[in-house]
Design a protein around this ligand. Structure first.
Ligand SMILES: CSCCC(=O)C(=O)COP(=O)(O)O
Ligand code: ZN
Length: 209
């Protein structure tokens, strides 16, 4: 690839992730600067764009993302800090064929992660939207793992990695949020939206019971 082609690809991926960020911001899924997003730019060497830590993700700026390597370290010298949870995104790109990963905190995903936390998972059956995860059988069950929210991110990443068994998926971090990954930005966003729909449904159901 020429330098020009590399830069064009980087710009395309930047715009793709910025567009996803704007849509998720429209859903109010970045409260209190929470959440982080990443998109793969290059396979060999592995490089991905990740949100800069602590930014107001409701705004679109030239400093929203930075390019990091397989270990989550900035590729170039920068004053920007990669997301505090970059290691989770690194784990996804190192262990799966995913091209995009998204993490958001919502009231629904936090409440349900606490409610089902002791089970270590939340199951959805007989719900149309589990088809977003490729589960089309009538008896299919979507099982989303729930892991403990370790403050030490390498420890959190270690637990998280155990669930990186496919190129797409979702993991809930108890009283923290959800991380999803998919082959590209379209798939990751679809999985995130489907998960949040299912969480909102389950929460509403628990409330009327
Ligand atoms: C203020 S939210 C606490 C950190 C967090 O969980 C998160 O998703 C945002 O952290 P980042 O470093 O990616 O801004
Ligand atoms: Zn978080």
């Amino acid at each position: 690839m020429t330098t020009e082609q590399t830069l064009t690809k980087l710009q395309e991926k930047w715009n793709e992730l910025a567009d996803v960020k704007d849509v998720l911001a429209g859903r109010d899924w970045f409260m209190g600067t929470s959440g982080n997003l990443a998109i793969k730019v290059n396979d060999a060497p592995l490089q991905f764009l990740v949100t800069a830590s602590g930014k107001d993700k409701y705004k679109r700026t030239d400093e929203d993302f930075l390019l990091v390597d397989a270990a989550g370290e900035p590729v170039e010298a920068t004053h920007l800090k990669p997301s505090a949870e970059t290691l989770l995104h690194s784990a996804i790109y190192n262990k799966t064929g995913a091209g995009c990963s998204l993490h958001v905190h919502t009231v629904a995903n936090n409440v349900l992660s606490e409610h089902y936390g002791r089970d270590g998972k939340i199951d959805f059956k007989g719900q149309e939207l589990i088809k977003a995860f490729g589960l089309w059988d009538e008896d299919a069950v979507l099982s989303i793992p729930i892991i403990a929210n370790h403050a030490h991110i390498p420890r959190l990443a270690e637990d998280f990695e155990e669930h990186l068994t496919a190129d797409k998926g979702a993991v809930l971090i108890r009283n923290h949020g959800i991380t999803v990954w998919g082959k590209d930005a379209f798939e990751a966003k679809k999985l995130l939206e489907a998960s949040e729909f299912l969480f909102q449904y389950q929460l509403a159901l628990l409330q009327i019971k």
